[in-house]
Design a protein around this ligand. Structure first.
Ligand SMILES: [Cu+2]
Length: 156
């Protein structure tokens, strides 16, 4: 190793790289990663998520069901505060080809994953709403929301 005192440029470059490395880590830490399971009992294993306004969140949803995908799939659909959740869920029933989400109501969604069949993990990265409040997330697979497959993102 060369003596850095004699190589101020090298020392500067090394310090700059160190600084970039630390900055990248700080940014990475500000993304909240929420890993959860969707269960055969029609529940999200995580039913409460806390976030700060605008915080970047990655939700990873794993379905480890042994049932076929047509019988037991799960998704994560985070809805705007103003959404009529029952109506939204019901409207999706006719849209199996679109993850049981009515395309006409997509403006009521903040973020959503695709459907995960057994053994699959789906994920989505989004920014939490800037407005403090409680935001409902559901699984739109038929019967799941009605069976209790929902949770709350609290922004404060
Ligand atoms: Cu589900």
């Amino acid at each position: 190793m060369k003596n850095l005192k004699n190589h101020p440029k090298t020392a500067f470059v090394m310090l700059s790289i160190l600084f970039l490395f630390i900055s990248a880590n700080v940014l990475a830490q500000s993304t909240k990663v929420v890993a959860m399971k969707g269960t055969d009992q029609l529940k999200f294993s995580v039913q409460n998520i806390q976030a700060t306004p605008g915080q970047k969140i990655t939700v990873k949803l794993t379905n480890d069901s042994k049932f076929p995908a047509a019988a037991m799939s799960h998704n994560f659909v985070l809805l705007k505060e103003s959404t009529d959740v029952e109506a939204f869920d019901k409207a999706g029933l006719k849209h199996a080809d679109n993850g049981y989400i009515d395309p006409k109501l997509k403006d009521q969604i903040i973020a959503h994953t695709g459907m995960a069949g057994g053994g699959q993990t789906v994920e989505v990265t989004f920014n939490a709403p800037k407005k403090p409040g409680k935001y409902i997330y559901i699984c739109t697979f038929p019967g799941h929301y009605g069976g209790g497959m929902k949770g709350t993102l609290t922004v404060k």
